[in-house]
Design a protein around this ligand. Structure first.
Ligand code: SIN
Length: 486
């Protein structure tokens, strides 16, 4: 852990936006406060960028684009790998910064730095494999080709729950493809983005290739959507906001990738290894204190093994250490803010009023900060809010089922379709149920399926587009068909 006074990548006394390779204040000269959710103390003041700063950043990205696009994939890969090395060299500091701004437990934040860096490695390599095509012509005097070219300037609107990993999951493929861009980090976690910008500078990435503008979300996003220079936008956030962005993208038909909300079912069949299933539920549900889009939100356990599973899970949850996110031994940090805690409380109270029982936890924790105890609820039924809406907190609701068809029906009964999990030792059940679940990511006996080399994204109202894997670079490329008449 690095003490805040020892930060070298950012100066908490003087936070600035990063535009065209320069550190600048917002023209409005206004600021917003960033609070540490572990203590409630103000960490620093962030310049409130607006339309003007977004426009400058887009202009810088647009000016930088032709030169960056003209580099070879090998040259761009060298920059990305240098940036990855710098991230890993600064893992402790990046983790501390993330931890104080949005409350991720320090040890987990270190894991996120590695996860974030892995997207740079993967796309540095993948950029070298952007292959075109030749197509057999139907006449002898023609040759037909398809070439792939970067779309141009892109914008990445990133969430607070994975401040670094969601940025590199977007920027990695964009930069590898030859695009330049603007990042609008979430207002709850801009410091990680500025620390990353410092590394972009240290990696020698040319000015204007990466720009970071925090501040007035509405103004910045209006500029991003209205400025014709921006060709593609990748957004991670709520389904509600995603729908508004679809409307905003229509006038210019901007390419859009949306990684939106989820409400993941987690199914434990009677033949599952219960120890492994409970371990998976712990990882999926309590990662980032329950604040991930892929968190298990509804735990369906076969009625024959419900009590055994609940007992093992409760024992594991009891062991989780909650506390100040900077403490290296803590596993559950605070929630991102007071609204986050209130939503969790609302879901738990609603469930209890409708007949759920607390098996573990069930209340706020501590005198200060935004903590909620890691919680397990039993007797949960489908009429409860927690079974329909994203809780985004450390609450594991357990319900039961009798047969496969019933649980598949219940699991699919949601507007979302991001991630689903199932635990079974029956291979044909594993295949059949995986195929029947309408979700973009399936954790089959696996509580944490996300990885740089695999496609990540949702079905239904969890959005569209895929990030990660070879699929993740596609949206940053135009396919151009060239017909040559000899
Ligand atoms: C998310 O919750 O949006 C990301 C989770 C992951 O990449 O595993």
């Amino acid at each position: 852990m690095v003490k805040t006074k020892e930060f070298t990548l950012i100066d908490l006394e003087d936070i600035k936006l990063f535009i065209n390779g320069e550190w600048v204040t917002a023209e409005s000269n206004s600021f917003f406060s960033l609070k540490n959710p572990s203590t409630g103390e103000i960490v620093t003041e962030i310049p409130r960028g607006g339309r003007k700063e977004a426009r400058n950043a887009i202009e810088a990205a647009s000016t930088a684009f032709p030169k960056w696009a003209a580099l070879t994939a090998y040259e761009r890969a060298d920059y990305l790998l240098k940036l990855k090395d710098l991230m890993l060299d600064n893992e402790a500091e990046l983790a501390s910064i993330m931890s104080i701004e949005m409350g991720k437990a320090y040890s987990e934040a270190r894991g996120e730095v590695k996860y974030a860096a892995s997207f740079l490695t993967w796309y540095a390599e993948e950029g070298r494999r952007i292959y075109g095509e030749t197509i057999p012509a139907s006449v002898s005097n023609k040759r037909l080709f398809v070439v792939k070219q970067p779309v141009g300037v892109i914008a990445a609107i990133t969430p607070w729950n994975f401040p670094l990993a969601m940025m590199t999951r977007k920027l990695g493929p964009a930069l590898a493809a030859g695009c330049t861009g603007v990042v609008k980090p979430a207002s709850q976690s801009p410091l990680s983005a500025f620390a990353f910008a410092k590394l972009v500078e240290l990696a020698g990435i040319p000015n204007g290739v990466v720009n970071i503008v925090a501040g007035a979300t509405g103004e910045i996003s209006d500029e991003i959507f209205e400025n014709p220079e921006v060709k593609k936008i990748s957004f991670t956030g709520s389904t509600e906001v995603g729908k508004k962005l679809v409307e905003k993208s229509a006038p210019q038909l901007k390419k859009l990738a949306l990684e939106l909300g989820g409400h993941a079912p987690f199914i434990v069949f009677e033949d599952a290894d219960l120890e492994k299933a409970a371990e998976g539920a712990l990882a999926s549900k309590f990662r980032n204190a329950g604040q991930t889009c892929v968190c298990a939100n509804r735990i369906y356990v076969h009625e024959k093994v419900k009590d055994d599973f609940a007992k093992i899970l409760v024992e594991k949850v009891k062991q989780l250490k909650i506390g100040n996110s900077l403490d290296e031994t803590v596993q559950i940090g605070p929630l991102v803010n007071e609204q986050g805690v209130q939503k969790v409380e609302e879901h738990v109270l609603d469930a209890l009023a409708k007949g759920a029982v607390v098996l573990q936890g069930g209340k706020r924790y501590g005198e200060k900060g935004c903590f909620y105890e890691p919680t397990v609820l039993g007797n949960v039924t489908k009429d409860m809010k927690i079974m329909k809406e994203e809780t985004f907190g450390p609450v594991a609701p357990i319900t039961t089922f009798k047969d496969d068809q019933e649980v598949i029906r219940e699991a699919n009964d949601t507007i979302y379709g991001l991630a689903a999990y199932l635990y079974t030792s029956d291979i044909s059940r594993a295949v059949k149920v995986s195929e029947a679940l309408n979700f973009g990511v399936i954790g089959l006996n696996d509580g944490v399926p996300g990885t740089a080399q695999a496609p990540f994204g949702g079905m239904n109202q969890s959005g569209y587009g895929r990030e990660g894997g070879h699929q993740g670079i596609k949206d940053y490329l135009e396919e151009k068909y060239i017909s040559l008449s000899l």
